[in-house]
Design a protein around this ligand. Sequence first.
Ligand code: PMP
Length: 442
Amino acid sequence: LAVLLGVSRTTAINAYRQLEEMGLISTRVGSGTYVAEQPKPQPAVRAVPWSQLFTPTPNTQLSSIIRELIAAAADGDTIPLAAGMPDPAFYPFDDFNRLFALQSSRFKSSDLGHIPTEGYLPLRRTLAGLLTERGIDAAVENTMIVSGSQQGLYLVTKLFLEPGDYVIVESPTYLGAIQVFSAANARLLSLPASKRFALDILEDYLIRYRPKLLYMMPTFKNPSGDVMALEERRELLRLAAKHRLVIVEDDPYGELYYEQQPPPSLKALDTYGGVIALGTFSKILFPGLRTGWVVAPDIVINRFAMEKQYIDLHSSNLSQRMLYDYLSAGLLAGHLTLVREQYKKRRDFFAGALKQYCSPYLSFTMPLGGFYFWGTLSQGMLTRQLLHEAAKTGVSFVPGEAFYADNSGNRELRLCFVTHSEARLLEGVKRLGQALQVMAQN
Ligand code: PMP
């Protein structure tokens, strides 16, 4: 349509949406767009012109299309390998049920009122202790609780980025970070993935564009699973210190290692005080807790707290109290041992299944930790096309384009291997294999 009318793709897609809203066409992923048999009845008057009242929408067209494709693929019997979710079967139900029952039988009025924006003090203390064990110099004043690390990313954006500011991101990188930086109209500079960290390109960017931030995930990256070597971390920090570069280190997966422990975090190695560390309990416990943290210099924490006040005053004290009780009872270490063992088995199983059912069309490297396999399709095959075929065979994944700020990645895909049992993973991989076979025959 865009080509026929000589308009941009976005205009064409918006036109399709309006037609669909008016009930004139219907769209089904995998089978196309049809003229609707009976238009939807329209309300006589539109009371409020909603779309004219909204602030300008950020340019996140690509990711919203991908969300739709994934949502459509998640219909019915589809096996979703798209979302980055821990397996609910391993959620620590018994511990949290017990702690919740105990806690709720003893609520005092102070438990149900407001707490400081920076978080529930006993939890901040415990967390600072845990982080100190991991080599991070985290005093309580430097440690703040946020509603998931996604909120941490939002706060970073609010604090530092004005429209037109440059941010350096790895390529590929976390979709949620691309979205939040783009929504602030920041300009993203991509650091290409390479065997060795691209220090020369980084230095060139630093001199040429004076970026405000570098957003990094050094350990078990989402989506690629890669780990940055210790020496590379040190080199990066030396360069960052020379240019007084602020690094935002996002580390949701560092504790989920399946071989040896990964190198210390950038924050643990930081001697110039320029690293802001983000962490979360979403991947190691469960995402509904909505509890993450930020470690940063006092002056930054103070501004974070001011901005967070505008959003939600503070994160839920009930979640924070429960997490505090859980950590104080020393239950996290045992849980981590359990999930590392289980996810390692799944990783090995998944790799075997991919080799058996998806060769020679899909290649991948074995992740040493985290949640994801990052695959590449053979020359001439596109992941968007595969997503349509996979919707028919009943399996979903995230197409690679979602993780690039520069529209590349059209032969790549991310598959999450931790959420399902081996039997379901096997079925998912078989269905992916069938979709690949169909593509190979066309
Ligand atoms: N950063 C990365 C790299 C992630 O993968 C995720 C979860 N998908 C988040 C941040 C956000 O996690 P949460 O807000 O649940 O802590």
